[in-house]
Design a binder for this molecule. Sequence first.
Ligand code: FIX
Ligand code: ZN
Length: 427
Amino acid sequence: MNAMNEQTLLSEQIRSCVEEVLASTDLIDVHTHLFAPAFGNLGLWGIDELLTYHYLEAEFFRSSDMPPERYWKLSKTEQADAVWQALFVENTPISEATRGIIAVLKAFDLPTGSPDLAEARSFFRNQNLEAHIARTLRMAGVSTVVMTNDPLYPAERELWMKGVLPNPQFQAVLRLDRIVRDWPGHWHILEKDGYEVSSQVSGKSVSELRRFLSDWHKCMQPVYMAISLPDTFQFPEKTLQSKILRDAVLPACREFDLPLSLMIGVRYQVNPRIRLAGDGVGKADLRAVENLCRNFPDNRFLISVLSRENQHELCVYARKFSNLMPFGCWWFLNNPSIVEEITRQRIEMLGTSFIPQHSDARVLEQLIYKWQSTRGIMIGILHDAYQRLWGNGLALTRNDITHDVNRLFRANFERFTRLIESASRAT
Ligand code: FIX
Ligand code: ZN
């Protein structure tokens, strides 16, 4: 609303205003697999990592006769060369993931049509990591990156146990897939750490699990806890998974006033021969989400669903439960045609009360093209929505648009995670 008698926008001014506001708003990337500089080699960056991203490997195995078993025997450099040859030299890099590589090379003024990677490799070899990270975040227009931190992943937990200084640009997340989805395979690690837990989550297991979560909460200061779940996810059910969620994770989230992020709909390893690229998607029964939101009103849920067929349901559930925040067009949905469809639907049904996107970046420089693509798509979507509103008779101002973009890409997350309060508490 035009409280400050600001100049209202003419219909033909709306698109350029949306473009400028999107370009000048630094975003919070609410889910990535990136790491702060303090995590050293855990953080992936550079041309060889970009080309061996599992999205590209999936496409490589379609365009090359090389069997996966032979590919995995190659060195990282040889794998990157093979991917470059098959997808960028022998074919036109027209897919979303291959176009992304071209966009990154262009962003660093590197050749996009070269037969080999020599120049790109020497460029990245000459980068100072900290400066390169800062520059890349600036280029992507991202102020804050939310990591994915697994307390049971040996290389990472070692660093946390040694003590990692907090980095406000890289917020931590307590990722609990191994504990919640595969307790039988991981409870013994907690036992070795001195927690009195058992394979059947009996006896002191629940209180000891709470102690484990409390210890890692203190260590990581996470902005939320997170789990990815299969398309078969059900809640409640008579399983260890349901018990751990109900009796340990949800209470711990309430105790620490943190949302729980659920990323639902993965069919894990439908083709194990291609490793990370081998996961698929399935339509989930979202009544599990309904039960969680209704039965745990004091818990907040950050939800992303992988199946295109689940998107409308999720929107409807978000209209029913204010403790549900839909976020992102995850993984196989992160393609312009589908992002358009999902985001238009969310604006029509939820206004600006959702988080449109996250990058899920696994390699640093992916931030550049993933957010370039998202900003590009959002210009058209927001322009059309504002044109309709303008047509209905509302006088729009630049402030309105700035408010909305800030809400979509910052404030919704800051409010839902209490990030602002915790930041002010920390200073
Ligand atoms: O569970 C997740 O966080 C997924 O995003 C990843 O497992 C997946 O491999 C990915 O990189 C998707 O973009
Ligand atoms: Zn992810």
